[in-house]
Design a protein around this ligand. Structure first.
Ligand SMILES: Nc1ncnc2c1ncn2[C@@H]1O[C@H](COP(=O)(O)OP(=O)(O)OP(=O)(O)O)[C@@H](O)[C@H]1O
Ligand SMILES: Cc1ncc(C[n+]2csc(CCOP(=O)(O)O)c2C)c(N)n1
Ligand SMILES: [Mg+2]
Ligand SMILES: [Mg+2]
Ligand SMILES: [Mg+2]
Length: 307
């Protein structure tokens, strides 16, 4: 088996970057001191999310391609959640010297394929040796196309609250993996490879969304960020929350508190016409916090320092 150690730093960079297609916004990709990415209106959306082995992924639960998809998706979703088009990703990779080169290459295939799905590309990064655990730090850039960002702070009393994309699947899949199972495969795959519906950003903008975000830590907790940023209360109607039977007996908990699906949640003016792919499950009101059928929900979402 050829390992990272056998290639050396620049050999590794060359092996990884040759796998990366370059998207339309890239004027200069990997190879110089920095990349050059077109930002026609002069503004750039920028975000970063870190993935740490043992915390965000396990190499015995997910393959390198899955982890690449997930690392890209969670960052691309944050760009889309601002109402922007993702243009570029930068990858910081800390990786043990005895890792198989193929593992890193498959990680890059996952990163590249997910970027392609979102219209972006990997334009650079950094590699360093790690002692035992892999860390992947991803920075994503996006283009607003001259339009205002869709923030968390624009929700107004009377607005509709709606979601777009699978929710609860990743948490259900994680629970299966943690109990040593890998069926139903659809749930485990959803955990390994989140599939944010990137078109949700443009759909939300077209329908006049007043706030938009991606769901990373759990629907109720994340809606709580819209509520606090907007100075409003969000009321969720339990009977309007879709809970697919596939999610099992804890389905409602998974939908309301499970993270990592990177679905999108938005608020819209009351008279908005939403595409059928969006599900309305609540209303914005005056006040603060998030209530389900008028009451706080008993479970919270993901918190790195309280988990
Ligand atoms: N270490 C940090 N330094 C500065 N700002 C930070 C730091 N960590 C988080 N933030 C900022 O706090 C805000 C909330 O971060 P958070 O990571 O919860 O959002 P997110 O990336 O959408 O969610 P998630 O990480 O769960 O996918 C973001 O604007 C982020 O830039
Ligand atoms: C091995 C392993 N253990 C636990 C989890 C669950 N988990 C980790 S981070 C996170 C929320 C989003 O993180 P962030 O806020 O950093 O984007 C969740 C639900 C996992 N995926 N893998
Ligand atoms: Mg983050
Ligand atoms: Mg987010
Ligand atoms: Mg988080």
């Amino acid at each position: 088996m050829s390992t990272i150690g056998g290639l050396g730093e620049f050999g590794l960079i060359s092996r990884l970057t040759r796998r990366l297609p370059q998207g339309p916004a890239v004027e200069l990709g990997p190879g110089d001191d920095a990349a050059v990415v077109a930002a026609p209106d002069g503004r750039t959306v920028a975000t970063t999310d870190l993935l740490v082995e043992g915390r965000h992924f396990r190499r015995d639960w997910s393959g390198p391609y899955d982890i690449g998809i997930k690392a890209a998706a969670q960052n691309l979703a944050d760009v889309v959640a601002m109402g922007a088009a993702p243009t570029a990703l930068l990858i910081g990779l800390a990786i043990p010297v005895d890792t198989a080169v193929e593992w890193a290459e498959r990680l890059y295939d996952g990163l590249a394929d997910e970027c392609t799905r979102a219209g972006a590309s990997v334009v650079g990064g950094d590699v360093v040796g790690a002692s035992e655990e892999i860390t992947i730090a991803v920075t994503a850039l996006g283009d607003l196309g001259g339009r205002p960002p869709l923030t968390r702070s624009g929700a107004r009393p009377g607005d509709l609250v709606a979601v777009r994309g699978r929710i609860g699947y990743s948490a259900a899949g994680l629970e299966l993996l943690a109990s040593g199972r890998d069926e139903p495969a659809e749930l485990v795959e959803a955990h390994r490879r989140p599939q944010p519906p990137y078109e949700a950003g443009e759909e939300a903008r077209a329908a006049g969304a007043t706030a938009l975000m991606d769901v990373s830590d759990g629907l109720l907790q994340d809606l709580g960020h819209i509520a606090s940023a907007s100075g409003v209360r969000i009321d969720i109607t339990r009977s309007d929350v879709p809970v697919p039977g596939l999610l099992g007996s804890a389905g409602l908990d998974h939908v309301l508190t499970g993270g990592e699906d990177h679905a999108f949640a938005a608020t819209f003016p009351e008279d908005a016409v939403l595409p059928p792919s969006w599900t309305v499950l609540g209303r914005v009101a005056e006040g603060h916090g998030v209530l389900v059928d008028g009451r706080p929900y008993e479970r919270g979402g993901w918190d790195h320092f309280r988990a």
